[in-house]
Design a protein around this ligand. Structure first.
Ligand SMILES: *Cc1c(COP(=O)(O)O)cnc(C)c1O
Length: 434
């Protein structure tokens, strides 16, 4: 890094100016608060884009670390030493075999199944939230989680030396629970669904003075998802795609990819162009897809019942904003059932060698559905966001994959098994004792 770029990078430290209500525009100090006192709208971080335009270039970004922190001027932290556990800059994979299978030409997978440190996109939002939590003086951090957020919060809190107490619904997959416990936080497993966990956490946040990454720190936390927009733009050679497909839980991730693209246009890092935004939900928890399909502007909350637990939020906080973006960009929001989700997981694994969790299976299945309905043009450069890792939700595909051939440590035993394997349909593999 030259001295000039160092100075440039340094001078952008304080581009975040205030918290601003998304509904009425009221502004607030940069504290741990997330709801407007006047209209109860959600608060969002506001930036000085003139300052960013003057001080950030493609070169200053490329001279930064190989992590989300290369975009630090666009994130709501003041420190020069954020918590950097290598989060972000995950591969953007050209998915030619999946594209051919679906009849598309230019398809990319943004692969957050290999994000660091806990193999989901949540590491992005938590790296930002915990860095901000330290700046605001919190010593205990917490979250209401559908699984991945608990993994990230516990791991990154351990790295940063913060006290940690996380809340999860009691019916989560074993991999998600172990993937939290190993970091030795306090874990509250709540008899109830995510929406009930979230309500309990709102009460705890008011009484205990903890930093809840997705409650009182939510305006900072959610900004971390913008890096999924920045990275795709940079990895495409400083260009925006034509169409993106992403999963929807609360809807936050989806809206922040949009904000990320807009900001890069606003400060002159990429050329403006229309990008279509399409969202994916599981049929067993699809309040956003239903409202979109019925042309409604409000969400009717539902009780989740799907294998896609990581995106099972029945009362999604950013649902209406996600619908607005899908509509104004000429995109779609669709849902798929559990069988289609399993097929989606297998399709991505078999064509691209990427093992995703149920949220990723949902996204791939919705991609397929939209292509079949003619809602994605084969010529469009399409980016699909894969947000989590399949090793954490193995229960979902148990019984839907083949079994190994069990053989003796002898050549003829192997040869017989190999012959047998040729007579079996690949999808009908079963345990064969030779
Ligand atoms: C949390 C989560 C999402 C979506 O999160 P939003 O609440 O919509 O921001 C998507 N995929 C995975 C794997 C998740 O854990």
């Amino acid at each position: 890094m030259t001295q000039a770029t160092q100075l440039k990078a340094h001078s952008t430290t304080a581009a975040f100016e205030a918290l601003k209500c998304k509904e009425c525009g009221a502004e607030y100090e940069l504290k741990a608060t997330h709801v407007c006192e006047f209209c109860f709208g959600p608060l969002e971080v506001k930036y000085d884009y003139d300052l960013l335009r003057r001080t950030v270039t493609r070169e200053t970004i490329q001279a930064g670390p190989h992590s989300i922190w290369r975009y630090r001027p666009f994130l709501p932290v003041a420190t020069n030493t954020p918590i950097d556990v290598g989060t972000g800059m995950t591969p953007l994979v050209q998915a030619n075999r999946l594209a051919r299978r679906l009849g598309l030409k230019k398809l990319y997978i943004k692969n957050d199944a290999v994000n660091m440190p806990t193999l989901s996109f949540k590491d992005r939002v938590v790296s930002v939230a915990l860095t901000r939590a330290q700046e605001l003086g919190f010593t205990t951090v917490s979250c209401a989680s559908t699984g991945n957020l608990a993994n990230s919060t516990a791991a990154i809190a351990a790295h940063a030396g913060l006290e940690c107490c996380v809340f999860i619904p009691s019916d989560l997959e074993a991999g998600k629970v172990m993937g939290t416990l190993i970091y030795n936080p306090t874990v509250m497993s709540v008899h109830g669904n995510y929406d009930q966990v979230n309500r309990l956490c709102s009460e705890v946040a008011n009484t205990h003075g903890w930093g809840f990454v997705n409650i009182n720190l939510r305006p900072y936390y959610s900004e971390g998802s913008k890096t999924l927009g920045y990275e795709v733009a940079e990895q495409l050679g400083w260009q925006l795609p034509d169409h993106i497909v992403a999963p929807l839980a609360s809807g936050s991730l989806f809206t922040k990819i949009y904000k990320g693209f807009q900001e890069f246009v606003e400060v002159g890092l990429v050329d403006a162009k229309p990008v279509r935004f399409s969202g994916a939900q599981a049929e067993g928890c699809s309040p956003i897809a239903k409202a979109f399909e019925e042309g409604r502007d409000f969400i009717s909350p539902v009780k989740p019942n799907t294998i896609a637990k990581s995106i099972a939020i029945g009362n999604p906080a950013d649902g209406v904003y996600a619908i607005d973006i899908a509509r104004k960009t000429n995109g779609n929001i669709a849902s798929v059932n559990d069988a289609e989700i399993i097929e989606g997981i297998k399709l991505l694994a078999e064509t691209e060698g990427i093992f995703t969790e149920t949220a990723g299976g949902t996204t791939i299945a919705v991609l397929k559905k939209l292509v079949e309905a003619g809602k994605i043009d084969p010529e469009e450069t399409t980016v699909v966001y894969i947000t989590g890792n399949g090793l954490k939700t193995q229960e979902a595909v148990q019984g839907y994959v083949g079994e190994p051939f069990t053989i003796e440590p002898k050549l003829d035993s192997f040869e017989r098994a190999l012959e047998r394997s040729k007579t079996l349909d690949r999808l009908e593999w079963q345990q064969v004792l030779v």
